[in-house]
Every structure is written in structure tokens, then in C-alpha cells.
Design a protein around this ligand. Sequence first.
Ligand code: AP5
Ligand code: ZN
Length: 214
Amino acid sequence: MRLIMLGAPGAGKGTQAKRVAAKYNIPHISTGDIFRDNIKNKTDLGIKAKEYMDKGLLVPDELVVDIVADRLLQEDCKEGFILDGFPRTIPQAESLDKALMSMETKINYAINIHVPDENIVRRMSGRRACLNCGATYHIKYNPPKKEDICDNCTRELILRDDDKEETVLKRLEIYHKQTSPLIEYYGEKDILITVDGTVDIDDVTKSIVEILGA
Ligand code: AP5
Ligand code: ZN
């Protein structure tokens, strides 16, 4: 199964993508996680990406499309994958279509998690992330077993640099301008699924799995 996860920042793409990846045994590919790994390891890509991410802006298309195209060529993507945070612009979607065409395959579904802007800022201030293993939590809706400690790897959880309120508002603005046109793009291809992302995390997963099938 080849899937794309769409949605505003904080809509729950990462949370749901990890669950869907585990259920269908496909790799979860998050461009945000790839950038954060590069920032942590102080690579050239990380240094460039951080400049944009800290301002709530998108990293330029040319820094991301080849990374994803190369990743999709790896062996573990043969039977499927779930893309989280990519594509984020129409040019990225077009480059993905091209890469998939050359692999003689295509996306089965684009899953759009819908959450109104009002809910987003509230959610982001409660998010805690593990920079070591990429796990995400919410202090109220999805708390770790031990306060501020990752369940998986016992490292300390942090509030992401880009989760400050003013940066979240900027990310939302950019989402509406540059990313939300993808809803129409995949709608026209007849592969768009929209789910309500305001209900409990388990219920969002249920509605996705109901559509994708067991
Ligand atoms: P990225 O990491 O992709 O950030 P994002 O899209 O802004 O999404 P988030 O990770 O913030 O949120 P999410 O939707 O995954 O929500 P989550 O599951 O964590 O990208 C970061 C930056 O990298 C971008 O701003 C950009 O600069 C750059 N970038 C990345 N990809 C790029 C690309 N392709 N092109 C250019 N630039 C790119 O959930 C949020 C919180 O809510 C959590 O605390 C969670 O526990 C909680 N939660 C989740 N679901 C629910 C629910 N149903 N009810 C209550 N709480 C919930
Ligand atoms: Zn961890």
C-alpha cells in the first residue's frame, strides 16, 4: 500500500502515520524527521533546513525532492510506504508522480486529516517530542508513562523549537497557502480520503483503517 498523509501542522499526521505503518508493515517516511535527524547530526542539509524550519517556513523544494525519491528506491519501500509531510507543495507532488511513474507504480490513497486551526495551537503547546527516536506525545491527550521521559528510549522529551505559538501560526499560514492546494490535487485524481482529526487518537486510526481495509 502506497500512502500519503496530508494535514495541517499538528493535525496528527505523525501520530497516525506511525500506527498505519505498523499495522500494514510499511515504512513510515517523515521528511520532518529526516530534517530533524540532520539538524541533530549538524549535517549541511540540517544547517540549511534549520534556518527555514525555525521560522515556520518550508524548506525549498530542491532540498527535499531528491531525498524522498532516493528513499523510495530502497528495498523496504518495494511493497509500500507511508509518506508523512511530503509532498507539501504542488511541485513536490508533481516530482513524486514522476518518480513513481519511473518505478511503474502510483499512490493508492492520500489521507487528509482535517483539524480546524483553532484546535491546532492548543495541541502544539502540549506536544512533547523525543529527538532520539522520533516518538511524539501530548501532555494531556497522549502522555508518556513517566513525565517528560520517552517510553521507547527513556531519553528526555522536549518542546520542539518550531512549536512556539508564533511559529505555529506562521506554519499554519504557510500550510493554507502552499500545502492545502494538494487536497484538490489528490481529489481530482480520485484518491483523496478525508477523516475527522478532532476525535480521539484511537478513533482517527479506526476511521483510517476502516477505509484502507484490514
Ligand atoms: P513536520 O515535522 O512534517 O511538521 P508538521 O507538518 O508541521 O507536522 P507536525 O509534525 O508538527 O504535526 P503532525 O501533523 O505530525 O502532528 P502530531 O502527530 O505530532 O515538518 C516540520 C518542518 O520541516 C516544516 O515546518 C518545514 O519547515 C520542514 N519540512 C518538512 N517536510 C517538508 C517538505 N516536504 N517540504 C518543505 N519543508 C518541509 O500531533 C500533534 C500533537 O497533537 C501531538 O502532541 C499529538 O500527541 C497530539 N494529537 C495527535 N492526534 C490527536 C488527537 N486526535 N486528539 C488529541 N491530540 C492529538
Ligand atoms: Zn525516544
